[in-house]
Write a protein that binds this ligand. Structure first.
Ligand SMILES: [Zn+2]
Length: 170
């Protein structure tokens, strides 16, 4: 009787909240374990001087360690595509953590991060191939765990499917 009640409650929870706290916390733990935080890259590689918006976006993080960055630095439509390749590679752990742990305040950030991890037309850009090649096995597995958490939130997302396919088989 008690078990049946617990089951009914679980299926009710599954209906009202598609997110799994387990998948989220596993992905966050995998990111934290896989990416240690070295010193930030030189400003010249992080600052994007293309236009005022690119500059403002890069200044949200420039010169700071990724583990000193939080949602307060990134909320308000941070345009992930505007980061340089070097900046994205260094800050991707905190981008993933914010997407997992602050989904409401992160707003559209998850799509920006996923898009940058997904090959267009099944062919990775040179930048994406380099990002993947420079990661350790544990880091690739953490990216895959992040993508699984994102798929759970948005199961029909094509960018998430493309990215998952690319990051599978770490
Ligand atoms: Zn620009």
């Amino acid at each position: 009787m008690a078990l049946a009640h617990a089951r009914a409650e679980l299926s009710y929870l599954a209906m009202t909240d598609a997110r799994s706290p387990t998948l989220d916390s596993e992905a966050a733990a995998a990111v934290r374990a896989a990416f240690s935080c070295g010193p930030p890259p030189p400003l010249v590689d992080v600052l994007n001087e293309h236009c005022p918006e690119c500059r403002a976006t890069s200044l949200r993080v420039a010169g700071r360690r990724w583990d000193a960055i939080g949602i307060a630095d990134l909320e308000g439509n941070t345009e992930i595509p505007l980061f340089t390749a070097v900046a994205f590679r260094y800050y991707v752990p905190i981008f993933m953590l914010v997407c997992i742990e602050e989904p409401t305040r992160a707003d559209c950030m998850p799509l920006g991060v996923v898009e940058r991890l997904a090959p267009k037309n099944r062919k990775p850009s040179a930048e994406l191939a380099e990002l993947r090649a420079k990661m350790t096995t544990a880091q690739r597995a953490a990216v895959h765990a992040f993508l699984r958490a994102m798929r759970e939130r948005d199961p029909g997302s094509k960018p998430v499917s493309r990215a998952l396919e690319y990051w599978a088989g770490v």
